[in-house]
Design a protein. Sequence first.
Length: 372
Amino acid sequence: MMATDTIRRVDVFSVLYHHAGGPFALSGGRSSNEQDATIVRVETGDGLVGWGEQCVFTPSFLPGYGPSTRAVLEPLARAVLGADPHAVELVHARMDAAIRGYAYAKSALDIACWDLHGKATGLRLSDLLGGTRQEQIELYTGVGVAAPEEMRERCADALAAGFRQVQVKVGSGRPDDDVERIRACVDALAGADRVIVDANGYWPQADAVRVVAAVDELDVYIEQPCATVAECARVRRRSRRPFILDEVLTGVREIVEAHVAGALDAVRLKLSNVGGITPTRRARDLAVALGLPLTIEDAGGGDIVSAASMHLACSTDPKLVLGGYLPSEMVVERIAAGAPAASNGMARLPTAPGLGIAVDESALGDRVLRIE
Ligand SMILES: [Mg+2]
């Protein structure tokens, strides 16, 4: 006989998000205009419901492909039936025992268990994650790769919208083209708190060395200049700029490896790259212990992912929080009430238990799977 507060049913929905601002370009000609989202609804025997989400910004960015997320969720859901959703580490162990890898699919189920855990205890996730340190957080926004003058205009728009931190994407054409983009953006962002230059792992080491040398006098952060930790470490040794890594950071071991290699000054954690709130909490706590500033977010996603990111960020030592990011700001579709939203470059933490949002099932589209 199953205890009433264990997981008795998992439903999976598929939702296609559309970008509010049109296509967003990354290095190497990659672009995203819509995002393939997978929403997970987990119900316990006593009728409580928790929600999770994983969203593919573009399959050419991080590991993750919508149809594979949903396919892998079938055996993962079977593996967690009967589990106690409060025992988040045990739920993760069950998922890892069933299927190796697929951190992105596990992320959705993990977030849903944390939402259930909060709702059952009447606590916000930020309180379950160690305590609420901030009720609101300063956000950054992104500017995609484009011609320098277009990027300059978009940076000015971001400042006018109240953002004081802007991440500008680079990685197209010759290194000189990227230097020109960076100069135009820095010029437009005079007075901003933080300008971050993100190559998304595009530059060969030699090109990265050339670009960071050319912008060594500018007050910018350099994000994931090259694909590997070793290359990033070699480039950082020749730069005075602080380096942020994200794509290569898939867990605590990878943070230790990058730290020991001297490849980073700051950490950007992405929920689906690490595997959900449970392993991201560990990675967050390690970064804090190493004194590394960080952000906690995801590459893509809607209201559920944004809420989960806010709870992690707002329960982290404010001194070490670089900024927040709401992937939901990029997409048109709203799937929940009470979700965090950008206002003058800031976002507020939801106040209700769990994720603190009310998911609208009618906004979810087709249910693709039910396991009970
Ligand atoms: Mg990045």
